[in-house]
Write a new protein. Sequence first.
Length: 630
Amino acid sequence: MSDTEQHLNDNPEYKYWAFISYSHHDEEWAKWLHKSLETYSVPRSLVGRQTSKNGALPRRVFPVFRDRDELPGAADLGGKIKNALFQSRSLIVICSPQSAVSKWVNEEIRTYKAMGRGDRVLCLVVDGEPNAGEKADDGLHECFPEAVRFQVNARGEISSERAEPIAADAREGKDGRDNAKIKLLSGVLDVGYDELRQREKRRKFQRRARTAAVSVGLVLLTILGYLLLADAGLGVPGRDSVQTFLDRHDVSVVRHAHRYREIYAEATPARRTLVDALKKGRNPDGWISTNLKGSDSRYEVWSQSQSLCGIFKSPELSNDEVRTFLVGLDLPFTAGMTIENEGVKYGWVSHNGDVDTIAEPALWTAAALAAALARPGLLTAEERQRFEQHLDYTQEVLKTYRPLDSGGWNMFAKQKDPSVHNPYTTTLALLALLETRRAGLPWEGSTARRDQLLKATAQWLINKFDDQENPPGWHGVGESENQIFDGLTLQIYAELLRAEAEAGIAIPQNILEAIPRHLIRCTDRDLDFPIASGEFSAPLIDHTGRPSVGKESIGFLWYPWAIDAAVWWLQRAEKQGVPPEERVRVRRALGHLVVDLGPDAVNKARNDWTFIVAELLYSFSDVRPEQKLQ
């Protein structure tokens, strides 16, 4: 025995779990087997198990020796191959007709068996037939090399004694690739085949279950991602249907809709802040300055009555707090404040220093008086009598601005063309009539007359609605007759909805359809959204009998009236059973206006013009706790 052969028989330190012996004709099979063995993960329950041949089982069958140099013309196996064989726990022979006649495959098997490891030779049949015997065609049908078929002694001599090789058959109809791999691993690891196969089955099942779970998770994530994109308003297919579904169930993530309790919770301190701002702008006589942001204190009936109307409507204020403002209701009726001539009551000028009177101060004064008279327990009998007299006087003034019985109201008295009614003035007239009705008070001595005027005023506004514009709404008159005013439109929506709820005024379908669309668009607005202004003028005969041209500029605030319109629309929708998705969308707009924008709007308003605070307070006061909205 040579020194090399003696060395090979020594107890080795194994480096490789297996040595793959193959004909280069079968190289693809060798590559597959090499990768399959080295990437195989031993079942966790087997890792560390002690075996007689291998000791503790590892996590991986790694490494496996495959790379074999070509040996044409060589006398015997090289030292590299012999060392690899010596350091391998098992020898796997890829058996085919080509490997059966390969000199070097046979030599590798003979050398390995000569080390006394014949029981560690494993066969993988990929082609041909095991033990087919000699054929006329040089044995190409036989797949076992000679050293596989027969025993080999310690000197490397092949005997005539038949061997019983351990074989896995990867051919179709036999074990197949997967089972053949498990058989080989069973032999390499010295683990029972059935045990390994059952564990592999369980692992495959678990792997498929994990894969299915991951697939389901990915599908769900894809669906969720799609829903989020659609919810966010991106142009994915079916976006509108998705948003409708989410809104119907009130489960939008991206387009959050605040609950009404959140909206009311934000409106409550907002009203208190606005009232405090008006208190701060009040002088010792009870006048509230027209400008809350500076030291320039001017006082006008218009902003005074507007502010008082909001204060008297505010639900948080106690009657004791409200009483401190009652003196302000008397101020417009003190000597020298009203204008009369030849028995005609003109009321009040629009601003200090103006000559011509307009209807707006009188309309807000009527609304403020009605709001005070509507509060239970606020007034003494003497105060109630006095304020009712003030209201009678104001209603007499307002006859001057309603020269025709057409339902429309004029901004200026004694207009040369009395048929040129003003939509803004008519809107404020509807507001004053509604406040009077809520207080249960007459107009011109009769509740029937009040209700007749209310119906005619609402109908005039309804008739002026232009649904051909985009967006639809109400025009101005004169210089502004071609312009749709956003803020005015929102205010009219609010007043008409209230008139329907409190006085049974029927709103046409085209207006009912336009209201939620307009309100929903407010969801995308911020406080920088522009405020439109209208310029109004009309030739007239002033209270001195001289020809004049009345002029007034109105800034139509959209923000407070969008709040008011949304509140009234939601009340109506709740009663009428409007589809839930539409209610959620309008509530989303209301929540955006009150909860998201409200703090900044209130903080900005309290140091601004008084009419802004007054209109905000008026609208916030309609956000009341008794509403049973979602």
